[in-house]
Design a binder for this molecule. Structure first.
Ligand SMILES: NC(=O)c1ccc[n+]([C@@H]2O[C@H](COP(=O)([O-])OP(=O)(O)OC[C@H]3O[C@@H](n4cnc5c(N)ncnc54)[C@H](O)[C@@H]3O)[C@@H](O)[C@H]2O)c1
Length: 257
């Protein structure tokens, strides 16, 4: 009689082909032996990532849903549960930015940025928490940002609402970590600085990138794989005693004592 190996099921939101970091996170989790449930807004986008992972030999399953919408989140979780009978890992990776200045931003845009960046994290965690409690196992990892740690905006027009949402993820996660810890569930945040997503670096002028690099001790921008490695660790069985942390993935650009 061998020990039964549990095949863990991991939902990664915002992991469709249209996303930057989510795809790498889904791949890292799949490589670690988990089933990668790929969420994104559009079926085509979620389907493309899932197809690619399956072609690479991993187990993946696409689920389209707008995770800022409570009903859609319930539907997504029900579909995954129906298919796999468990949900072990949730990675909250969706995010949108706004460039509007505080003096100019309109209420509906504020609502949208908070809903997609923060409410989605709360809704998704809420929807899986009961399942994870019954399993007495769970891993929730949300993607924050240095913008939520120390304020953003140095390299972008304005990130105040985005920063508010990202800081909110930190507060939410620490409280959820306290509440869910007794059930074997850890709740953590991975906070990247600017990540060099292939095809996007051209958006920033070279002088700006040079200045950033002077201030990053590791002398390079981060990659989606850097973020994915941190998430995969926090989502692993090995990280069972780490909860309520915000793990900076920023090459040392921002350090907290
Ligand atoms: N890229 C960076 O440099 C960087 C740095 C720090 C933090 N982050 C954070 O990392 C996360 C991923 O960033 P990214 O650069 O990959 O973003 P991205 O814009 O490339 O991808 C986000 C994905 O989420 C999807 N999405 C958006 N709204 C959704 C919704 N309501 N429901 C379901 N899917 C939705 C989009 O379709 C897209 O595929 C975000 O939370 C972002 O704030 C990114």
């Amino acid at each position: 009689m061998g020990t039964e190996v549990v095949r863990r099921v991991a939902i990664v939101t915002g992991a469709g082909s249209t996303g930057g970091l989510g795809k790498a996170i889904a791949r890292a989790l799949a490589r670690a032996g988990n089933v990668a449930v790929v969420n994104d807004l559009e079926e085509a986008s979620a389907g493309e990532t899932a197809k690619k992972l399956i072609e690479e030999g991993y187990e993946a399953f696409p689920v389209a849903a707008d995770v800022s919408d409570a009903e859609a989140v319930e539907g997504m979780v029900a579909e995954v549960l129906n298919r796999f009978n468990r949900i072990d890992i949730l990675v909250n990776c969706v995010g949108i930015r706004t460039k509007a200045l505080i003096s100019e931003i309109k209420a509906d845009e504020i609502d949208r940025v908070l809903a997609v960046n923060l409410t989605s994290v709360i809704l998704c965690t809420n929807a899986v928490a009961g399942i994870m409690k019954r399993q007495q196992f769970g891993r929730v990892v949300s993607i924050g940002s240095t913008a939520g740690r120390r304020g953003g905006g140095e390299y972008m027009t304005s990130t105040s609402i985005y920063s508010a949402a990202k800081a909110g993820i930190g507060g939410f996660s620490r409280s959820a970590a306290r509440e869910l810890g007794p059930f074997g569930i850890t709740v953590n945040v991975v906070a990247p600085f600017l990540i060099d997503v292939p095809g996007r670096s051209h958006r920033r002028p070279p002088e700006m990138v040079e200045e950033m690099l002077r201030n990053i001790p590791m002398r390079r921008l981060g990659t989606p794989e850097d973020v994915a490695a941190a998430v995969a660790f926090l989502a692993s069985d090995a990280a069972s005693y780490i909860t309520g942390v915000e793990l900076d993935v920023n090459g040392g650009w921002h350090m907290e004592g």
